[in-house]
Design a protein around this ligand. Structure first.
Ligand code: 2HG
Ligand code: ZN
Length: 466
């Protein structure tokens, strides 16, 4: 594979401009800058060019032009990714999907809607609600994160405990292979087992197998009656025990999250908010229920059965949103304090408390003096390990945490993706035979290795480019 520095920039820019128009090929330093650094500030690289096609047809022609010239391409949506996979590593073309913003009418009979890769999650949510349905996915970066990225990473979020991850929301998609071949699986047929499920394979492939340009999204029922509660607890062992009582008792369970007291303090300091609970405890579970009729009684009974007496319950929207701020603002509060190492991992629920107890020591050994903050999605065993105060480029603590995850029978990537941040450690949880199968798929769909090189599969683990 060539790097753009080796080829004639002007010739490439002209070829891409012939597809998207000269105004959508950005070569200027200042114009390229926002596309070159990730949200955390930990990952950055120089793009040869940024190209901004308007639709799937233009994406196909851009990719064909890059494929012909063996130019590597980094697809980018809202650039809210946290594993370095949506920014260049150096010399690639950044393919921005931001202009693919078309949002079709909701088809109420099928409960589906078609949306371009550049539509934000928030736009999909409000469009679905207007039609009496719901997107079935939610997380804090909803205003910037776009659907192409959600599909590419098989994003999770706070509603996955009820509705599954984004892959479960896909009724079909349009995606473009490295050479410009269009994969069009937008029939919307839920029962369609004819041949390999290419759409399911592309979902979660992090832009390494194809570029997602359009999604047919499966909406869920809109459940307007909601209640949330923040439950103070002695630790994550108690949180897992609480989950075991609540999950079967609450058909209305919509989200169940956890935070720890030091993370809560960080958020309170950052937002200048008082504590949401009268008495501080080591851990907190935030639970939300949603139903057609008010689920407050159902939640109160379930909490009572679990022996909880000191929950802070929020029934109106403003109060619920206030409680959620303490959970959702962790990411921004952490970034305000420094450039974090982020390790989005998953462990079996029975290992959650043990894992969380061992993480700080593992970090301290690899990065003395660093500060560890843990929070996440309790219902999915999904822990967000955030570490402040360690050099951004030092991988020692990442490796220490990921080895601990593997020892606990977990996954090194739950919902953010492997990206470039964790590619070197995929072998900790995927055996050689599986890695070889992944490399073979990569080589079959992207024989020149131009799509998001370095993400998911570590350099050298894929077959050499043809
Ligand atoms: C969340 O659950 C997001 O809030 C971000 O996945 C997690 O900042 C993080 O580590
Ligand atoms: Zn998360």
């Amino acid at each position: 594979m060539r790097h753009v520095t080796d080829v004639d920039h002007a010739e490439l820019a002209r070829a891409l401009a012939a597809v998207v128009g000269p105004g959508h090929v950005l070569a200027d330093d200042e114009l390229r800058a926002p596309f070159q650094t990730d949200w955390t500030g930990r990952f950055a690289g120089r793009a040869a060019l940024v190209v901004r096609p308007a639709d799937g047809g233009e994406v196909a022609r851009v990719l064909a032009a890059c494929h012909e010239r063996r130019i590597p391409v980094v697809p980018q949506g809202g650039n809210t990714g946290l594993v370095g996979a949506s920014v260049p590593r150096g010399g690639e073309v950044v393919l921005s999907l931001a202009r693919l913003g078309a949002l079709g009418p909701v088809d109420r009979a099928s409960g589906q809607v078609e949306a371009g890769a550049g539509v934000t999650l928030a736009a999909l949510q409000s469009h679905a609600r207007d039609a009496g349905l719901d997107a079935g996915v939610d997380f804090a970066s909803r205003d910037s994160a776009t659907l192409g990225g959600l599909v590419a990473t098989d994003a999770g979020g706070t509603r996955a405990v009820r509705h599954g991850t984004v892959r479960a929301r896909i009724a079909g998609l349009e995606a473009i292979l490295a050479d410009g071949t269009v994969i069009d699986r937008r029939s919307g047929l839920l029962k369609d087992n004819a041949g390999y499920a290419l759409d399911a394979l592309i979902a979660g492939s992090e832009g390494t197998l194809a570029v997602v340009t359009r999604v047919r999204w499966r909406l869920v029922a809109r459940l307007p009656a909601r209640v949330a509660a923040l439950v103070p607890l002695g630790g994550l062992g108690e949180a897992a025990a609480l989950l075991a009582v609540l999950r079967p008792a609450l058909p209305s369970l919509e989200a169940i999250e956890f935070l720890l007291d030091d993370g809560l303090q960080l958020v309170m300091d950052h937002l200048h908010l008082p504590a949401p609970v009268p008495e501080r405890r080591p851990a907190y579970v935030l639970v939300e229920c949603a139903a057609r009729a008010d689920p407050t009684e159902e939640l109160a009974e379930a909490l009572g059965a679990a022996g909880v007496q000191d929950a802070v319950v929020a029934t109106d929207t403003a109060e619920r949103e206030r409680l959620w701020r303490f959970r959702e603002a962790h990411t921004e509060a952490i970034s305000a304090a420094g450039v974090p190492h982020k390790l989005d991992v998953g462990v079996p629920l029975e290992r959650l408390a043990d894992f969380a107890a061992r993480v700080p020591a593992a970090v301290a050994e690899a990065a003395p003096g660093a500060r560890t903050i843990l929070f996440g999605h309790l219902g999915d065993g999904n822990v967000h390990v955030n570490v402040l105060g360690a050099p951004p480029g030092d991988p020692a603590l990442d490796e220490a945490v990921l080895r601990l995850v593997a020892a606990c029978g977990g996954t090194i990537s739950a919902e953010h993706g492997v990206g470039v941040a964790k590619a070197a450690w995929l072998h900790l949880i995927r055996p050689p035979g599986e890695l070889a199968a992944m490399a073979a798929i990569k080589a079959a769909l992207d024989p020149r290795g131009i799509l998001n090189p370095g993400a998911v599969l570590a350099p050298g683990s894929a077959a050499p480019p043809r």
